[in-house]
Design a binder for this molecule. Structure first.
Ligand SMILES: Cc1cc2nc3c(=O)[nH]c(=O)nc-3n(C[C@H](O)[C@H](O)[C@H](O)COP(=O)(O)O)c2cc1C
Length: 328
């Protein structure tokens, strides 16, 4: 007798038809693209981030007009209002025309006046807000603690401003990711996304210059998050984790769920394999569940988290001390 299988799940308190969430990128920047993602089977979408600088009025452009205070004031109002209006319209139209949850995203680095716009996003209908926070450490006198406090200050302010769930999309380079995740939870953050994949510069040795690297990830990069998601999901089970970076196939998505993720964010695979990959990923999850006789995601989610696995040593091993392949 075959079991009835459902991929329905919840993430940040939202009901998702499946855990595949299209992460914030250019594919989530217009209404037609969002509708197409829904038609292709996405469980939820995170809109392209609105940038703190954009909310605050395109500062770089304004600097050029700094000798003309009136022009600067005019541009400040025009740019911020116009940009914001378009973005808020996208949220409300997406909410009117899609049935899947719509998560708004803000790229930010300071807890500034822009926080008020989070409230306007909520009013426009956003189901949740994802804070894409990153501060490039350029100042050696600024301690890690100071930087982390700035992250938490942003979370504090946004959580106080809205009543929808707030999650934080983190970068990979924290000394103690569990500590920052816990503090986000203490400040009533509902979830964390592990991890953002930033634009990284590369070096062209022929032309001796700095160049752009490939913006698309590979499946191997998923391993950057499996261990920390396994640790975080067992130590902070009340925090919803979404995995981002390196999820390219249904098998990758199952791995993320097994270590305890509630949501699985995808981006590069959509650019490289087309939107059809969403359906093939959900089909894979379903057939994998059937093979293992699981009927719902919660039957296996976290089975290989730090607490879930009998051999926790597997997650603690970081050095290669005992691993010497014979033929190398
Ligand atoms: C073209 C492009 C645009 C992106 N824009 C954003 C953005 O606005 N905000 C954000 O939080 N992440 C952005 N990202 C990062 C993705 O959401 C995602 O975290 C990253 O690509 C890693 O996931 P992947 O391995 O599935 O690609 C962007 C990525 C790409 C490739």
């Amino acid at each position: 007798m075959s079991v009835m299988i459902t991929l329905e799940t919840d993430y940040l308190g939202l009901k998702l038809r499946n855990p595949l969430i299209v992460s914030s990128c250019s594919l989530t920047s217009t209404l037609p693209k969002l509708k197409s993602l829904e038609e292709h089977g996405a469980g939820a979408v995170v809109l392209k981030s609105i940038f703190e600088e954009q909310i605050m009025g395109e500062t770089a452009m304004l600097e050029r007009y700094s000798d003309y205070p009136e022009a600067s004031d005019y541009l400040h109002n025009y740019l911020s209002d116009d940009y914001l209006r378009t973005h808020l319209e996208l949220i409300s139209k997406a909410k009117a025309e899609l049935t899947i949850p719509v998560i708004a995203s803000i790229n930010c680095a300071h807890a500034g006046e822009w926080v008020d716009y989070a409230r306007r996003m909520e009013k426009a209908g956003a189901d949740a807000i994802e804070l894409n926070i990153f501060m490039l450490p350029l100042d050696m006198t600024r301690s890690s603690d100071e930087i982390e406090q700035a992250y938490l200050e942003i979370v504090n302010k946004v959580v106080a401003a809205v009543s929808i769930p707030v999650s934080v999309k983190l970068g990979i380079r924290f000394t103690n990711i569990l500590s920052i995740a816990q503090h986000i939870y203490y400040r009533r953050g509902k979830g964390v996304v592990m991890y953002n994949r930033f634009f990284e510069p590369d070096i062209d040795v022929d032309n001796i210059s700095v160049v752009s690297s490939d913006p698309m990830s590979t499946s191997a990069e998923l391993r950057n998050s499996l261990r920390t998601v396994a640790l975080c999901s067992s130590q902070l089970p009340m925090l919803d984790i979404a995995v981002s970076t390196g999820v390219h196939s249904g098998e990758d998505a199952v791995k993320a769920l097994l270590v305890g993720a509630k949501g699985v964010q995808i981006c590069s695979t959509l650019y490289t394999n087309g939107l059809e990959v969403i359906r093939s990923m959900s089909d894979y999850i379903e057939s994998w569940m059937e093979r293992h006789t699981f009927s719902k995601i919660e039957d296996f989610r976290g089975m290989l988290s730090y607490k879930g696995t009998a051999d926790t040593e597997d997650f603690q091993r970081v050095q290669y001390m005992k691993f010497f392949p014979k033929d190398r």
